[in-house]
Write a protein that binds this ligand. Structure first.
Ligand SMILES: [Zn+2]
Length: 377
């Protein structure tokens, strides 16, 4: 047990050191960020996962129990993970250990980077500067005691949730564009540094594994949320929205759909060519579907209906509608649009607090009612 925990801690510490060093050397850094370190806590609840604390110098505090749970969970679903890389049953069996090592490095890396982007994305300073902010930087804001006289409004919760989503998407983008994933390179026998430049079957495998790693991390963090059971979008954004927003970042890199624009209200608009439509379909069919269809509950005879994966499968079709610019039909589709609009507004107010260049959100040149294209502003 102690030996196991020592191993797990080593994985986290090594991931953190490598990633933070790369961030500090990254030319997209706008100004020097505060000092940051990682620490394990026996007091932090496993449901909380990891959190960023500090004022002048910062710490990523990781729940010891969470780190151990995650380590064990990956081992429970190892067969599913191996099937995302190898078709043959014998390769799935013999190379399972390598797949696990790669996935663990990616999952831990994603969680660490998510916290790093809370810091360098300016989220911490933004919340601190907010005059109306009564809350400290608490990601698990659902822990606000139920007997509080004034419950936070939907928009306050949506703001906090949006920061979560932005930290996810920034981490994923960085992992695809900047990070070198050693274990993944070893597994796929490639020297190509960045996942976005992987080619052919390696590209397929790398996108599936990274997507599965991110999915497993978010799933573990979101499963602690009571809203998952009630699926109540009036009180809180749906967890599926966070996951779909994360998947969107993968799609944009997989399909090179770079011309997602935002109209004056911040609603996303895609100007899709036939090629775009084909690669979006390819992404849904060959990357997203295999990951979602994996058996993530090997101990259970059927898919637990209240699970996040059951909800994702239920809303997947509408997610496709949204990506392909068709009208959405479900609450999740509508919320995705609502969150995208909010993200645009928030990006503007975060700008002066950022330590790192954020992904550009381009304004859409909207067509006027006459059908003539509007001039670029
Ligand atoms: Zn967070």
């Amino acid at each position: 047990m102690n030996n196991l925990f020592a191993n797990v801690k080593k994985i986290w510490r090594e991931a953190f050191s490598a990633l933070w060093q790369t961030v500090l050397n990254d030319r997209q850094l706008l100004k020097k960020p505060p000092a940051l370190r990682i620490e394990f806590s026996d007091h932090l609840n496993a449901k909380r996962g990891a959190r960023l604390t500090g004022n002048v110098a910062f710490t990523i505090e990781v729940s010891s129990q969470f780190a151990l749970n995650l380590h064990r969970e990956l081992r429970r679903v190892k067969n599913g993970l191996a099937s995302l890389v190898f078709d043959s049953a014998s390769a799935q069996r013999t190379r399972c250990g390598e797949v696990l090592a790669a996935v663990e490095q990616l999952t831990v890396g994603f969680i660490v980077l998510h916290e790093i982007f809370h810091l360098i994305g300016g989220h911490f300073d933004w919340l601190k500067a907010k005059p109306t902010s009564r809350w400290t930087f608490k990601e698990r804001y659902q822990e606000v005691p139920p007997n509080w006289r004034t419950k936070p409004s939907y928009s306050a919760i949506a703001d906090a949730y949006l920061l979560e989503s932005e930290a996810d998407c920034s981490a994923i983008q960085w992992m695809l564009q900047v990070m070198s994933a050693r274990e993944l390179q070893r597994l796929l026998q490639t020297r190509t540094g960045h996942i976005q430049f992987f080619f052919g079957r390696r590209r397929l495998a790398a996108f599936r594994l990274l997507l599965a790693s991110v999915w497993l991390a978010i799933r573990r963090l979101e499963s602690a949320r009571e809203e998952l059971k009630f699926n109540n979008s009036a009180r809180h954004p749906l967890p599926v929205t966070r996951v779909f927003a994360a998947f969107g970042t993968f799609l944009m890199h997989y399909s090179h759909v770079s011309n997602v624009r935002f109209d004056a209200q911040g609603g996303a608009q895609h100007t899709l060519t036939d090629d775009d439509v084909n690669t979006i379909r390819e992404f849904l069919q060959h990357i997203l579907s295999p990951v979602l269809k994996c058996d993530w509950n090997p101990a259970s005879p059927n898919l637990p209906p209240e699970s996040l994966e059951a909800q994702l499968r239920f809303y997947l079709r509408d997610y496709g509608n949204h990506l392909l610019n068709k009208p959405v039909e479900t609450i999740a589709g509508r919320e995705l649009i609502r969150m995208e609009k909010a993200r645009f507004r928030m990006d503007r107010s975060l700008r002066s607090f950022r330590y790192y260049r954020s992904a550009k959100l381009e304004r859409m040149a909207r067509r006027r009612r006459t059908g003539r294209p509007a001039r670029h502003s």
